[in-house]
Design a binder for this molecule. Structure first.
Ligand code: OSB
Ligand code: MG
Length: 370
């Protein structure tokens, strides 16, 4: 298939809640949608880079310029039989995984649509429904935290993850654990602690958490291994893992026992599948993280979650939690803690084009030979 066009579109969306983490606050989102056209069809993906470089160094605008200046010129007008061939032409782009992944993932959708199969068939998935949990941001009070956990557990969510930071850790976890002794509970520090904070993190061992997500630095594996050796609770790596090789190194030295897979963070589906295979070989469960996606990214997340090793609930909760109106049909909703993988070709959801147009703030179309 020849790549004829790559379209980048920035869409303004407002979250239904203020989402606070140890690295910042988000509510008004500007989402970058990438459409790849070729062979008379098109595929779409969502770039998960944020507005500011708080989670990772990439931002929506760095992704925009890297796609325009370095990715599109390398692939436009070229013929690819597989996403792997397309990726090989992007070897000159060091890092910028979220930008590369957006184009690679849109190509997978395009190819699945051209073949008339759901994306998960091409990925090699083994299930049509995936268990999901929620990620609850830092709340104004302990009461609000318990109330948020209660509301979502009542809706049947399979797991509750609490965002923590220094000064907001043991107390919210204790409050939620006392209220819900049996709940599948986890925490995510988004790199807010250092090894000198080991005592606080060891305090969390008493609450029976399924894992502690990314407690230490975003670029660290070594200190995580030192910390893991002093905890009974598993560490789950998120920010530190950018490839299958990172996963192999992390699991080999014992930096953690669980991995949060975000396809954008690791450069696309090909890398996500290799990472998944490494994790399965090590006996480490993986799950699909979220980046406050619109329905486009959420649909992609559901498809990757069908791989065998995705055995823990993902951050792929109901679209209606996030948005008054989502960009796609059908609406991606969880029932009793489970989301069905959307049926139909490719990612299985259609863009509501009128709504997308209304929310669009900027478009750039890059064309072969232009
Ligand atoms: O660390 O998993 C994270 C959101 C933005 C950036 C990083 C993270 C998150 C979440 C939210 O935890 C997951 C979601 O509900 O999409
Ligand atoms: Mg995380």
């Amino acid at each position: 298939m020849r790549i004829d066009q790559i379209e980048m579109r920035e869409v303004a969306m407002r979250l239904r809640f203020r989402f606070e983490t140890s690295f910042g606050v988000e509510q008004d989102r500007r989402i970058l949608l990438v459409t790849v056209r070729g062979g008379g069809g098109e595929g779409v993906a969502e770039c998960v880079a944020g507005e500011y470089p708080g989670y990772a160094y990439e931002t929506r605008d760095t992704a925009w310029s890297v796609i325009r200046d370095f990715i599109a010129p390398a692939v436009l007008g070229r013929e690819y039989a597989t996403p792997h061939q397309l990726l090989r032409d992007l070897g000159h782009v060091r890092g910028h995984n979220m930008a590369v992944a957006a184009v690679e993932m849109a190509f997978w959708d395009l190819q699945a649509k051209a073949l008339g199969v759901p994306l998960w068939h091409l990925l090699g998935g083994v299930r049509t429904a995936v268990p999901v949990g929620v990620s609850i941001g830092i709340q104004p009070s302990l009461d609000d935290t318990v109330e948020q956990a209660r509301a979502h557990l009542e809706q049947g969510y399979a797991r509750v993850k609490l965002k923590i930071k220094p000064g907001w850790d043991v107390a919210p976890v204790r409050a939620v654990r006392e209220a819900f002794p049996e709940a599948d509970l986890t925490v995510d520090a988004n790199s807010a602690y250092r090894l000198v904070d080991t005592r606080i993190l060891r305090d969390l061992d008493q609450f029976g958490l399924a894992y502690i997500e990314q407690p230490l630095a975003h670029d660290d594996l070594i200190d995580h291994a030192a910390l893991q050796a002093q905890l009974t609770t598993a560490i789950c790596l998120d920010e530190s893992i950018h490839s299958a090789e990172d996963a192999r190194k992390g699991l080999q030295i014992g930096a953690g026992r669980v991995i949060n897979v975000k396809v954008g963070r690791v450069r696309g589906y090909a890398a996500a599948r290799r990472l998944h295979d490494v994790a399965v070989a090590f006996g480490a469960p993986v799950w699909c993280g979220g980046m406050l996606e619109s329905g486009v990214g959420r649909a992609h997340n559901l498809h990757v979650s069908t791989l065998e090793g995705f055995v823990l609930p993902g951050d792929t909760s109901s679209a209606s939690r996030y948005w008054d109106e989502d960009l796609v049909e059908p609406l991606l909703e969880a029932h009793d803690g489970v989301q069905q993988v959307p049926e139909g070709d490719g990612i299985g959801v259609r863009l509501k084009t009128d709504l997308v147009e209304r929310l669009t703030r900027r478009v750039e179309v890059l064309a072969a030979g232009a």
